[in-house]
Design a binder for this molecule. Structure first.
Ligand code: SAM
Length: 235
């Protein structure tokens, strides 16, 4: 029962599937501390500093480096694009926004996850100057009644609270957050589809391929049986 409630607080993640992001953050941080790769932003998001075995460290190193390479490939293939959208589906406490924003100035970044988790992430970011400085605000970032309060909603970074098992309304959700279907867009699924109903992940991928009107790509890194593999598909 992945969705079983284990906590009952409005500010903290309250179902078990949301807590998987703590495990991912701690494991990535273990690899960072051992020098496998660099991530100066991750320390803010780690609840528990833990040391993992070399096999686990290497696994997380491969995961992060592979994803970073594919993100780079996408951006480099669109060298002249004025603006590129990056949508992190089931982003959890991931730091990809900060990594990407340091390298590329032409990114509008969207994050989808449960509301409670995004609230927690917003609090972390708002309390760390090193993170907050990446957020760009413009006059147009006015309060919109359709958008939930208390989540990051600036020009280059928008959080969309969303249950991916109810993904029929994803198009409207994106529209509400000024998503542009005609811009080149990269979707990321890093260890999230595994937690969805099979039907939901099929619907999600089909909807995304239907609604996009420009070069789009989805990077899927998921556990499949006992194998973990990377699949990259143009949509
Ligand atoms: C293992 S974590 C991965 C987080 C991040 N992508 C990473 O790799 O570091 C899985 C994430 O998927 C999110 N998730 C799982 N099922 C979801 C659903 N039905 N709707 C929204 N988010 C979901 C969880 O809340 C969690 O943040």
């Amino acid at each position: 029962m992945l969705q079983k409630k284990i906590k009952n607080s409005t500010s903290k993640p309250c179902n078990k599937v949301q807590t998987t992001t703590y495990e991912a953050a701690s494991s990535k941080y273990s690899a960072v501390l051992k020098g496998y790769y660099n991530d100066p932003f991750l320390k803010y998001f780690v609840q528990k500093v833990e040391s993992r075995s070399p096999l686990i460290n290497r696994g997380y190193y491969s995961r992060v480096v592979a994803l970073r390479q594919y993100i780079d490939l996408f951006f480099k293939s669109l060298d002249n694009a004025e603006l590129i959208q990056l949508v992190n589906i089931g982003a959890g406490l991931d730091t990809i926004f900060f990594w990407t924003s340091e390298r590329y100035k032409n990114v509008n970044y969207y994050e989808l996850d449960f509301h409670e988790l995004l609230i927690e992430k917003t609090d972390i970011i708002n309390n760390a100057e090193e993170l907050k400085k990446f957020l760009k605000y413009e006059e147009t970032n006015i309060n919109d009644k359709k958008k939930p309060k208390g989540l990051i909603d600036c020009t280059n970074y928008k959080m969309l609270p969303f249950n991916l098992n109810e993904c029929g309304s994803i198009e409207q959700k994106l529209i509400d957050h000024n998503f542009d279907f005609s811009l080149p867009t990269l979707f990321l699924c890093e260890c999230v589809l595994i937690y969805l109903e099979i039907q939901s992940s099929d619907i999600l991928i089909n909807i995304l391929s239907d609604i996009m009107k420009n070069t789009s790509c989805i990077i899927v890194y998921e556990q499949v049986s006992r194998c973990v593999y990377i699949y990259i598909r143009g949509i």
